[in-house]
Design a protein around this ligand. Structure first.
Ligand code: NAG
Ligand code: NAG
Ligand code: NAG
Ligand code: NAG
Length: 157
């Protein structure tokens, strides 16, 4: 059981290390929303979802963003896909659109404008392609999860 506890600690440490969310509030917002319930500020949520979804849907933006995003590609891809899946419902929500303005239209226009200026979301496209941190931690995590699964299997079996 000591081993199991250590593995749990190890897992959470790596999880936090990978996401480093406090430095990237925008990404934290979306990563959280992926799992969490209704947002406190619907307009901020709509805005972020629209901005990320536009990036997700356009392969040029998406490629640049994936290369610039500070968290691993798996987390980034999941976040973008979640935003893209979530946006249509928000775009169609007339109440939300009258409350916040049509932020889908804003995001489409602004993302294009940003991109022509070499900006995708909060990142510049300067110096692409760059390596991002995605390798060793992922292997460690997968390894840790695998050990955890086998440990549970052995202990309960
Ligand atoms: C989304 O993009 C718009 C237009 O560039 C910007 O005004 C807004 O702050 C962005 N929303 C978020 C949550 O970053
Ligand atoms: C908001 O703008 C998008 C893109 O221009 C459009 O498809 C959508 O119908 C608009 N939504 C509302 C509620 O006007
Ligand atoms: C992505 O955005 C660029 C620049 O705004 C545009 O030229 C291109 O047609 C878009 N691609 C897709 C697949 O929508
Ligand atoms: C456009 O760029 C600004 C400044 O970097 C950023 O705050 C905003 O979120 C970007 N808008 C979109 C839709 O990506």
């Amino acid at each position: 059981m000591q081993l199991l506890a250590s593995l749990f600690v190890l897992l959470s440490v790596f999880h936090i290390a990978i996401a480093a969310p406090e430095k990237y509030p925008a990404i934290e917002l979306l990563v959280r929303q992926d799992t969490a319930a209704a947002p406190a500020n619907p307009c901020a949520d709509y805005s972020m979802t629209a901005n990320m979804s536009v990036i997700s849907a356009n392969s040029s933006y998406r490629t640049a963003f994936m290369q610039k995003a500070p968290v691993g590609t798996i987390i980034t891809a999941r976040m973008l896909n979640a935003a893209q899946a979530k946006l249509p419902a928000l775009t169609a929500d007339t109440q939300l659109n009258s409350q916040c303005g049509n932020l889908t239209a804003v995001a489409l226009a602004e993302a294009e404008k940003n991109f022509t200026q070499g900006i995708v979301a909060q990142f510049t496209t300067e110096g692409l392609p760059v390596g991002i941190k995605a390798g060793p931690e992922v292997i460690l995590i997968v390894g840790a999860i695998t050990s955890l699964m086998s440990a549970v299997w052995v202990f309960s079996g």
